[in-house]
Design a protein around this ligand. Structure first.
Ligand SMILES: [Zn+2]
Length: 163
């Protein structure tokens, strides 16, 4: 059994959770705004904790840690879904640059961050991987405003419609 820790969603609701991926899959919590799109093996949703519009998490439905645990069908499903999500972000709300990040040493199960890069991030925090954590902390502390949460919702709605 996973160690539980307190997790706060983008709207400020706190909950003790073990594996966040499993909690979302079994309905213990709902990702903010619900699922953007899903396939047989994967689900895409807004990041649970960080209120950046279009910060999409592509998570496996199964509890696994690494891509080398994928069965063949999951491999194909994964790359198709990832490409489709990327294209959707570009076309539905003009995200021209993303970072793809996957941490295997996470307390949650397999998920990829599809992290959008916006001009305000570059201006405030610079580029490259070392800017990502400060951006996330900044968003967690300062972007839970109703105005910004509306932008998060709008980005999700655009993606859902495009899909
Ligand atoms: Zn899990």
């Amino acid at each position: 059994m996973d160690q539980k820790r307190e997790i706060e969603d983008i709207k400020g609701n706190k909950k003790q959770l073990g594996c966040l991926g499993c909690a979302i899959q079994n309905g213990e919590v709902e990702s903010p705004g619900g699922s953007i799109a899903s396939t047989k093996y994967f689900d895409a949703h807004q990041d649970y904790e960080i209120p950046i519009p279009g910060f999409v998490i592509l998570a496996s439905k199964r509890h696994l840690q690494s891509i080398d645990e994928f069965i063949e069908e999951e491999r194909l499903d994964f790359i198709e879904f990832l490409c489709r999500l990327r294209k959707t972000m570009r076309q539905a709300f003009d995200v021209q640059v993303i970072y793809l990040i996957q941490e295997e040493d996470t307390s949650h199960h397999f998920h990829v961050w599809i992290f959008p890069r916006y001009d305000w991030m570059v201006e405030k925090f610079g580029k490259k991987i070392q800017s990502v954590r400060p951006i996330m902390e900044y968003a967690r502390e300062n972007m839970k405003t109703s105005e910004n949460l509306k932008k998060v919702d709008e980005a999700m709605e655009k993606m859902k419609t495009y899909f």
